[in-house]
Design a protein around this ligand. Sequence first.
Ligand SMILES: Cc1cc2nc3c(=O)[nH]c(=O)nc-3n(C[C@H](O)[C@H](O)[C@H](O)COP(=O)(O)OP(=O)(O)OC[C@H]3O[C@@H](n4cnc5c(N)ncnc54)[C@H](O)[C@@H]3O)c2cc1C
Length: 451
Amino acid sequence: MIYDVIVVGSGFSAIAVTCNLIERLPGSAAIAIVGDDPGFGRGTAYRTELYLHRLNVPAGRMSLYPGRPRDFVDWLESRNKRLQESDFASRSDYGLYLRDTLAGLLRKRAGRCRVDFIKAKATGCVERYSATFGFQLDNGDEIAGKNIVLCLGVGNASLPVEPSGIPAPGRSRIVRNPWRLSWLGRVASSDDVCILGSGLTMIDQVLALRAHGHIGRIDVLSRRGLAPLGHVKVPPSPSQTDVQTLPDRISEILRILRSKAREVEDWRAVMDGLRPVTQALWQRLAPDARSRFLRHALPWWNIHRHRVAPDVFERFETLVGDGTVRFRAGFLKSIEMGKGGVFVRYRVRGRPDIAEIRTDWLVNCTGMERAGIGHSPLLSEMMRTGLIAPDPLGLGIEVNDRSAVTPASQNSGGRLFAVGALTTGQFWEITAVPDIRVQAKAVAEEIVAAN
Ligand SMILES: Cc1cc2nc3c(=O)[nH]c(=O)nc-3n(C[C@H](O)[C@H](O)[C@H](O)COP(=O)(O)OP(=O)(O)OC[C@H]3O[C@@H](n4cnc5c(N)ncnc54)[C@H](O)[C@@H]3O)c2cc1C
């Protein structure tokens, strides 16, 4: 059979697209969802069971549906978890909400389109001349569909420097994917841990280590030694910014924003005011201004924009304050196994000196955000055959402002879309729920309109 829509992926983006499609497609339509994740809908972000792994966006902005802002808060309430819209729910509750919402739609059978879940990894894709795309799956099957939505998220970034001289037993001391939380069970309570990268994933891993009884030292190495800042319990009212009045040069834009931040009581008001206009601002920037932003301003943008829940921040700050977590700023040079552990050498930021950290465990938290195409055999294959192209900055794949993949859909009239972080080059802020849900709805509406 030929599906009307194939959704590839099994995280939030896939659920959001699917829920919007189910609500809109006629009963005669058929959707296939191809995902390799056992906890369908949770993806990397909402799979965790640890309560301290909290959402970093308040509950009132985490509804699956942009037009029904209280949906998640109401769901929590229906489970006797009374939270304010400004509270930060646990990520595991959010994963349950996503699965429950989808299950609720699937239970309503009358007039609903067919939905097939296929537990597999898509490994290749060809465009056919009959207005369809065919997918090869790793279980040997093939499926075909008229509309495709790629919801692959981003893979785990690889280690910035490959370890050398590490015999097989030592390799397990290097945790390449910290989201496989089983590594925590192998860490002895007094082991030293070195974390590469100082973003949200690092904070999650530090708190997970403590929750597992770890009392040893934790070194955090990143280029600038900057860590995410915290939300405040009572958020300030957003201070609006008119994108049209901003200049074209990044340095000028940043100067204006910094001066606005000095004028308000809390700089968060300026960051929060930028949120609704960030995509428009990004799309206005010339390519060289975008790359200048990535080169010079990205670490500061990330720590101010992607903040952690207030109590999570407080807890983390206590660990920094008592010396448990120590920040090192520098450029990783080498990772080697030696007598007594793993040795991480780095050039100290702003100096020619090489410093060394001896550790029992090295954990790669260098990020999920910018893994590009290389991490995915499917995307690499689609790029080889010309179905997709990387965006000019290598942040993901090229799509137009309707999230349609631009090099594809030209031969057969088949339609290929991408949702989520893969479209960062076009939209920039498209990694969190408040942005992805708008995109997922728009893509679903476009598919339904053309069906
Ligand atoms: C630890 C963490 C915490 C976060 N916290 C928040 C938060 O509090 N609030 C917020 O708004 N955002 C948060 N985010 C951002 C988060 O990325 C988005 O909210 C959202 O989960 C992204 O979902 P996704 O479906 O696009 O990607 P993912 O969740 O990465 O899902 C992609 C899925 O596609 C599957 N897949 C990949 N390739 C294939 C293939 N070839 N075939 C089949 N399946 C494939 C993967 O296995 C994966 O399950 C967080 C992210 C992380 C990593």
